[in-house]
Design a protein around this ligand. Structure first.
Ligand SMILES: Cc1ncc(C[n+]2csc(CCOP(=O)(O)OP(=O)(O)O)c2C)c(N)n1
Ligand SMILES: [Mg+2]
Length: 719
């Protein structure tokens, strides 16, 4: 280990140890808000030393010494103070903190290629897999030189991702290990270095002796490296070997770094209550900071006096920074807090859509096999989404479509049919069967500069992976001040009305889990002529603003052709060519309004399958002399509140037709919006029963039906 590296590692370790002490000091008088420390884990500084400054890092909350070493690699003149300032600004929730701006205590700094991670154990692992996947894909696409276009990282970068020992048991970690191995097994490359910082315990629960090593060694496709945290030179040498292996072979590896944990899990944790004194004593003999001091002295690099003086010097510098950041401004007011959540620039999105018209012409005919979709006659919802995805792939070279069965088969319902043949397996590909990993690939790909369009095969199967959307995707801009984004359009096939076929899990009619995710865009296209502009808006918003969008496709309407009677083909629509895209643009949060008859008696507010049912009911009500306007929300988040209020006030009678459940359904949001706006007319609601959807004809008993809509309308008018 080169002399200057030992000294650099020691400094990073001292910085980290003193940061833990400073965090407790700040906490002691109510100015610090985070005390989970890195003490005992400081051998991770040697891992940082074995990597490049430009290797993207996703860090465990005990990787403080790694962070300090990474900051020093950046080449600043005051690495100790710089690292300390970043971390302590997080501890005191300073608005000047370099990445989260006081929104969370994270290790993160785009200038040092450290991507912030959340507090959810192991949730950053699928994203790390996805980032490594994307770096390698972009390297392939863009050539082997450095600086693959569009990514913040060099083409030969590797991704490093650290986590604790108890975390290896988490389903999300298991998913990431498996996916890394699966990708490797298929012959694709994945430059990913996983680092398990094994202190032998998770809060108070010990990892069974030998389990962590056994489980990490047993992962197909992951090459195992093991190192002792109290042997700095050995840990460094092993980290170098692991990094060299990953960088050269572009294949994943795991570095099992054995550490200890000092000062309990966090500030308030009295570990004497659950750890035998002998364990604590034994750990003290394995202090990584003392180990590096020992190396410095035994190798003649420093005297004991110099080591102690350096300890005090770094401690003094860290304390000084702690005092400086104390008085810094905190986030002031909700507007400042949400400023980074999900920035929206609708004018720029509209212009991006308009600009696509020009760029789309050249290769279109060839890409569509000579038959342009606008010349194919009226299309179904499924065909329109297919054509819009094709146009998206054509106009955005970084866009990729992936998921279970989307490529060779073309999707369970044929929505992605033909895309793989036309755009190739690097842009349209089948993934393994794991929704967590599918979203993780999307998260990483977006971070690396791609425009991912993952598919979740059925709405019911989002739930086992939902945290990747809620905790990871939706929080990234919030916790990184926009320094990192994960643009993404997640297509999800969902909602009910498949004539009883498939039961609940293929007819899931609950979107509550999506509606309350801050900043998430949720679009539901009811019919072909809305699907294309809605999807284009989502793609453009993801590209322009880094938006995380869910495009929820009503399965029952995919192939529907008729509206009022058999054979009328009224639910089909011609596809609009690029020249019409600007005029057809639909901004996020704008509803569509249908006037039926006089349109003056009643306002039906609905979406998805409800649109078709409501239009059919409205047509029959005209025969009773009742004129209705049917409002298709089109966007469930953000709700088109202005349109809802305007159209409701126009008639003073509102019928909410909500195919989701009465409790937690979309209708609750519509009613709340009306009340919030001071709407004073009458209102009632038809919603599905608070039940899972049963198999067979019984499904009709719990779902909103046209009869109920008709009755609801008549009752409202009779009031
Ligand atoms: C998904 C999830 N469940 C529970 C927690 C609460 N929690 C925080 S840290 C922790 C223990 C983690 O242990 P380990 O992975 O060994 O990391 P260590 O703290 O020991 O470094 C738990 C259970 C969490 N953050 N995330
Ligand atoms: Mg642990």
């Amino acid at each position: 280990m080169p002399r200057e590296l030992v000294l650099a590692v020691f400094d990073a370790q001292l910085t980290s140890r003193h940061l833990d002490l400073a965090a407790r000091w700040l906490r002691s008088f109510g100015e610090g808000f985070y005390t989970i420390g890195s003490a005992g884990h400081e051998s991770n500084a040697a891992v940082a030393a074995a990597l490049r400054h430009t290797d993207p890092a996703f860090l465990h909350y005990r990787s403080g010494a790694f962070y300090a070493a990474r900051v020093a690699q950046g080449g600043g003149t005051e690495p100790v103070a710089d690292a300390a300032r970043d971390v302590l600004r997080g501890v005191v929730a300073s608005a000047l903190e370099p990445v989260a701006g006081g929104r969370h205590k994270v290790f993160g700094n785009a200038a040092h290629h450290v991507v912030p991670t959340t507090s959810t154990i192991a949730s950053h692992l699928p994203r790390a897999v996805g980032t490594a996947f994307a770096i390698e894909r972009l390297r392939k696409v863009n050539g082997h030189g450095n600086g693959a276009s569009g990514t913040p990282w060099p083409a030969d970068a590797l991704v490093v991702c650290s986590f604790g020992d108890a975390s290896v048991n988490h389903a999300t970690a298991a998913a990431a290990f498996n996916t890394a191995g699966w990708i490797d097994h298929t012959g694709l490359r994945l430059p990913l270095l996983l680092v398990c910082e094994d202190n032998g315990i998770g809060i108070s629960v010990k990892s069974p002796q030998g389990w962590v090593e056994a489980t990490l060694r047993g992962r197909p496709g992951l090459k195992y490296f093991g190192a002792e945290g109290d042997d700095p030179a050995g840990a460094y040498a092993t980290a170098v070997a692991a990094a060299e292996h990953v960088r050269r072979t572009r294949r994943p590896a795991v570095l099992h770094l054995r550490t200890v944990r000092f000062m309990g899990h966090a500030g308030a944790d009295a570990e004497v209550g659950y750890r035998p004194a002998a364990d604590l004593d034994r750990d003290l003999t394995r202090d990584p900071v003392v180990a590096t001091a020992r190396l410095l002295v035994s190798s003649g690099l420093s005297t004991p006096e110099e080591v102690l003086a350096r300890y005090d010097e770094v401690g003094w510098q860290v304390r000084k920074v702690a005092e400086e950041v104390l008085g810094e401004p905190k986030l002031a007011g909700a507007a400042e807090i949400v400023a980074t959540l999900a920035p929206r620039r609708p004018a720029r999105v509209a212009r991006t859509v308009a600009d696509l018209s020009g760029s789309a012409t050249a290769d279109r005919a060839a890409a569509f096999g000579g038959r342009l979709p606008e010349e194919a006659g009226p299309l179904t919802l499924a065909q329109t989404i297919n054509a819009t995805l094709a146009d998206g792939l054509l106009t955005n070279p970084t866009m990729a479509v992936f998921g279970e069965d989307v490529a060779l088969k073309g999707g369970v319902y044929g929505v992605t049919k033909g895309l793989r043949e036309r755009f190739g397996a690097t842009r349209v590909f089948d993934t393994l069967l794991d929704e967590t990993s599918i979203l993780g690939l999307g998260l990483g790909a977006g971070l690396a500069g791609m425009l991912p369009v993952p598919e979740i095969q059925y709405l019911a199967y989002l739930h086992n992976a939902e945290d990747q959307l809620r905790g990871e995707a939706a929080t990234m801009q919030f916790f990184s001040g926009g320094a990192y984004r994960n643009p993404m359009v997640v297509r999800i096939a969902g909602l009910a009305y498949q004539e009883g076929f498939g039961g609940h899990f293929h007819n899931d009619n609950s979107v509550a889990v999506l509606r309350d995710i801050p900043g998430l865009v949720v679009a539901v296209p009811a019919r072909a002529d809305d699907a294309a502009p809605l999807l284009r808006t989502c793609l453009a918003s993801a590209a322009v603003d880094g938006s995380v969008c869910v495009f929820l496709e009503p399965i029952a309407l995919y192939h529907t052709r008729d509206l009022y009677e058999d054979g009328d083909n009224e639910w089909l629509a011609p596809y609009l060519g690029p020249a019409s895209w600007a005029d057809a643009h639909v901004p996020i949060g704008r509803a569509r309004v249908y006037h039926v008859g006089s349109a003056e008696d009643l306002t039906i507010i609905t979406f998805g399958n409800g649109v078709r049912m409501s239009l059919r009911v409205a047509a029959r009500l005209v025969e009773e002399g009742i004129g209705a306007r049917v409002v298709d929300l089109r966007w469930l988040a953000p709700l088109p509140v202005a349109d809802v209020i305007r159209e409701s006030s126009a008639t003073g009678r509102v019928l909410v037709v909500d195919e989701t459940r009465r409790s937690g359904g979309v209708g609750e949001g519509v009613l709340a919006a009306l009340v919030d706006a001071g709407y004073v007319g009458s209102v009632s609601r038809i919603a599905s029963v608070d039940s899972f959807v049963p198999l067979g004809p019984a499904a009709r008993e719990v779902l909103v039906a046209e009869d109920a809509i008709t009755q609801g309308a008549r009752a409202l008018l009779a009031r």
